[in-house]
Design a protein around this ligand. Structure first.
Ligand code: AMP
Length: 422
């Protein structure tokens, strides 16, 4: 099997790492990849959003499977373009990827499928939105309907804050046209969990769950980021809860998407609130989260390539996945200044020392090789230091021991990953 992975982050490094263990794999490419991925795969200089060039490469090399990491190429129709070219591609079609692109669409699908979630209403008129907010009371959640770079959500503790959010999103259009329509939602209370399922359009297999840390600094302070760390499984996510999520959220959503003529294949990522009334849906994403993917791949014992092929071919009903029962944890190391302005090209030393810590796996998220083969930072989030341990505490100790072995003065990380569970 010749496989092409699309993307350049820690998620794609973890996918390449898992795919590289498959006995079926004969050749692995990654477009565009990074310095860590280059140890496992041949990196190809094609951007993850250059659909035409990716399809051209896959055709020229007779690639058997394309695996798409990030959401952008999915929304741009990479899976559809591969299908037209007769190339197997793991991920949802552009139509099915709408589950991530519009919050209103997601809520419509979820309601039609009977998926438990927050009470919600959609508004294009600010006055009507304000009246609804006053009627419902606080706390309440205001969301821009469209993609707002992950920033279009305000969890308002008071009616005044919610009304201010309406003014900013709808009237000042701080997120542009994404704010032309807003959703006002009931505020769900509980623990947040990210839950992943491998889907073949009809059937789904649980891929595990994780909790992540979106804020930049310890104690959940500071600005929102792409994710500063994750661990799996979250102690709240019992086997019974997993079965409930599959039965009440994932499978009904698959059935509704199929009924609409846009069956969902790929990874369905459900952002859930575990409330006193059970799990409720906050949002869907249509791909693995990053760094959650790193935490999940550290625990997967089955052949990932075989599972992805089965998902593409509608054969998931015949597949079972085996998992390491031990917990995993990932600490993200980012360039100082991230998620604001940061420097690129700083030198990272000590990666081999870090990787030698028992139980540790170092994933690269944003690195390149310098002219003298030094590893250089090349992004905001730069490394994912993953570890598996007999206990979550042991995994965390190993991960931080590896972090401390890395010599990179221009980097930083949170020191409290998994604090909720410990
Ligand atoms: P979203 O972009 O929809 O995932 O929202 C971003 C974050 O806002 C989520 O991860 C939650 O922490 C929070 N959030 C969104 N919707 C709700 C809700 N209905 N109730 C409570 N918190 C929410």
């Amino acid at each position: 099997m010749k496989v092409l992975v699309v993307g350049a982050g820690g998620r794609e490094h973890a996918l390449c790492w898992a795919l590289a263990r498959s006995s079926q794999l004969t050749r692995l490419w990654c477009a565009p990849g990074n310095a860590g991925i280059a140890k496992l795969a041949e990196c190809v200089e094609i951007g993850a959003e250059d659909v035409a060039a990716l399809v051209g490469f896959a055709r020229a090399q007779a690639v058997d499977l394309v695996v798409v990491g990030p959401e952008a190429p999915l929304t741009l129709g990479l899976v559809d373009a591969c299908a037209e070219a007769g190339i197997r591609c793991f991920g949802p079609s552009a139509a099915a990827a709408m589950l991530e692109g519009s919050k209103g669409f997601t809520r419509e699908v979820a309601d039609a499928a009977g998926v438990p979630g927050a009470r919600w209403q959609r508004f294009t008129d600010p006055a009507a939105a304000r009246a609804y907010i006053r009627d419902q009371g606080a706390p309440i959640v205001v969301k821009a309907d469209g993609l707002a770079a992950g920033k279009g959500v305000v969890v308002a503790a008071t009616i005044e804050q919610a009304e201010a959010a309406i003014a900013e999103i709808m009237e000042s259009r701080v997120h542009g046209e994404a704010g032309a329509t807003v959703l006002v939602e009931e505020c769900l209370l509980g623990q947040e969990v990210s839950c992943f399922a491998l889907c073949d359009g009809e059937d789904a297999l649980p891929l595990g769950a994780a909790q992540d840390h979106k804020r930049a600094f310890d104690g959940d302070e500071g600005p929102n980021t792409g994710g500063m760390g994750a661990y799996s499984p979250p102690p709240v996510f019992t086997d019974a809860l997993r079965d409930q999520v599959m039965a009440q959220i994932i499978k009904p959503t698959l059935a509704e998407m199929a009924r609409r003529g846009t069956p969902f294949r790929g990874v369905l990522f459900a952002g859930l609130m575990i409330t006193a009334d059970g799990p409720k849906l906050i949002e869907f994403n249509v791909r693995f989260g990053d760094p959650e993917c790193q935490a999940l791949m550290l625990r997967l014992r089955s052949d990932l390539l075989a599972a992805l092929l089965a998902a593409c071919d509608g054969r998931l009903a015949d597949v079972t996945l085996r998992w390491d029962p031990r917990p995993s944890l990932v600490v993200v190391m980012a360039a100082r200044g991230y998620p604001g302005a940061y420097q690129k090209g700083t030198v990272i030393n000590g990666l081999d020392r870090a990787a030698a810590v028992p139980g540790v796996q170092v994933f690269h998220a944003g690195t390149v090789r310098g002219p003298d083969w030094a590893v250089l930072a090349n992004g905001g989030r730069v490394l994912g230091i993953g570890a598996v341990g007999e206990t979550l505490q042991a995994a965390r100790d190993a991960a931080y021991q590896a972090v401390d072995a890395i010599d990179w003065p221009e980097g930083f990380c949170r020191r409290d990953i998994a604090f909720r569970a410990l």
